[in-house]
Design a binder for this molecule. Structure first.
Ligand SMILES: NC(=O)c1ccc[n+]([C@@H]2O[C@H](COP(=O)([O-])OP(=O)(O)OC[C@H]3O[C@@H](n4cnc5c(N)ncnc54)[C@H](OP(=O)(O)O)[C@@H]3O)[C@@H](O)[C@H]2O)c1
Length: 332
């Protein structure tokens, strides 16, 4: 059986979800004709390696009790550079301004000819074509389903299941936090600030919610869709973005009386990218509530396709990463 040696760089919610999923799905992975041996793990202050394969249960316990993966000051980029392995699972924080450590990790991985699977949208929203070309030039594979919509399948769905179709447009609700806040504002007839506070209390919104509520997160995902599905060459600065902070309950109620919901919609259509609050008929597939993500894909052959699912969550996002792992290494 083929053994894929992997590193997990970033061991927070998603990285730990990946570790748990690899433990839980060991047998299913073997049925696909390979096994995954994790040979390196890093968080922001420590790292651990074992070329024979790490004990994931032990490291999860150590991280839970100490906040670190080990007592060794070993960085993710050192692991990527120096430890022999095929696959880097990159799950460090998204940095939309500079690409952050994720961009450096991906460049290092490709320079060593390693494959990369990631949930980190920052580097892709800023440097998509550079990364794709660099991967190609080094014979590396690069998959990133988890960067858009968490568990909701969209990139692989379009690439594989809808292969051959012309994709005319994609509209989506790509940020569960915004969707929760707007849906709750309507339900409670309550102002934005009150429902943001509720979302923060429930852990749905971050303490600093700027990325989400200003539409930056939606715009970043839209860029990844535009480049990967539509073959465009755009970055975050090419998106026309408006967030949800100016929406009032009165506007939501007025729209509702006329048969519409207001939703933060990301849209790629006719070569333009737009993320803004839009009116959606109440019976339209995009009018979902709560933290759900949804994508509405218009095609020439298959007609209109709608997918929806959880856009965030440790195991849910790990599911998208596992699906990328399976599609890369499964025996054909
Ligand atoms: N959470 C979700 O549901 C979700 C869904 C889709 C996509 N994503 C994306 O997935 C990525 C990870 O999200 P998350 O929720 O897991 O974030 P998180 O809980 O904040 O975890 C980030 C991890 O990266 C580590 N890290 C930070 N700087 C690092 C460095 N220089 N080298 C190595 N590791 C470093 C952190 O270390 P410490 O543990 O030491 O702090 C932490 O373990 C982000 O890019 C996010 O946008 C998340």
């Amino acid at each position: 059986m083929k053994t894929i040696r992997a590193s997990i760089i970033g061991f927070g919610s998603v990285g730990r979800g990946v570790a748990r999923t690899l433990i839980q799905k060991e047998d299913e992975i073997k049925k696909a004709g390979f096994e995954v041996k994790v040979v390196g793990i890093a968080d922001s202050s420590s790292g651990i390696v074992d070329p024979d394969g790490l004990d994931l249960e032990e490291i999860l316990k150590h991280k839970d009790s100490t906040g670190r993966v080990s007592e060794e000051r070993l960085s993710g980029i050192e692991i990527i550079e120096n430890i022999e392995h095929e696959l880097v699972i990159e799950t460090t924080p998204s940095d939309i301004q500079t690409g952050g450590v994720g961009l450096e990790n991906m460049r290092m991985a490709f320079s060593k000819g390693r494959d990369v699977i990631t949930s980190n949208k920052g580097p892709l929203a800023l440097r998509f074509s550079e990364l794709i070309n660099y991967a190609k030039a080094n014979g590396s594979k690069f998959l990133y389903e988890a960067t858009v919509g968490g568990a909701m399948p969209i990139l692989n769905l379009v690439r594989e299941t809808l292969a051959g179709n012309e994709i005319k447009s994609i509209q989506g609700i790509l940020n569960g936090t915004c969707n929760y806040i707007i849906s709750r504002m309507m339900e409670e007839k309550a102002p934005y600030e009150q429902m943001l506070a509720e979302a923060q209390e429930l852990g749905i919104a971050e303490t600093d919610p700027t990325y989400d509520v200003e539409g930056i997160d939606t715009a970043s995902k839209l860029v990844i869709i535009a480049n990967s599905v539509f073959g465009m060459d755009v970055n975050y600065h090419d998106v026309d973005v408006t967030g949800i902070t100016k929406i009032t309950p009165e506007a939501l109620m007025l729209a509702h009386d006329e048969g519409y919901a207001v939703r933060l919609i990301g849209e790629v259509k006719d070569g333009t990218l737009k993320a803004s609050p839009r009116l959606v008929p109440l019976d339209h597939p995009l009018a979902v509530g709560g933290t759900l993500n949804v994508a509405y894909i218009q095609t020439d052959l298959a007609g209109d396709i709608t997918v929806s699912g959880l856009g965030a969550g440790s195991i849910e996002t790990a599911s998208a990463i596992l699906s990328d792992i399976m599609s890369l290494y499964r025996e054909r």
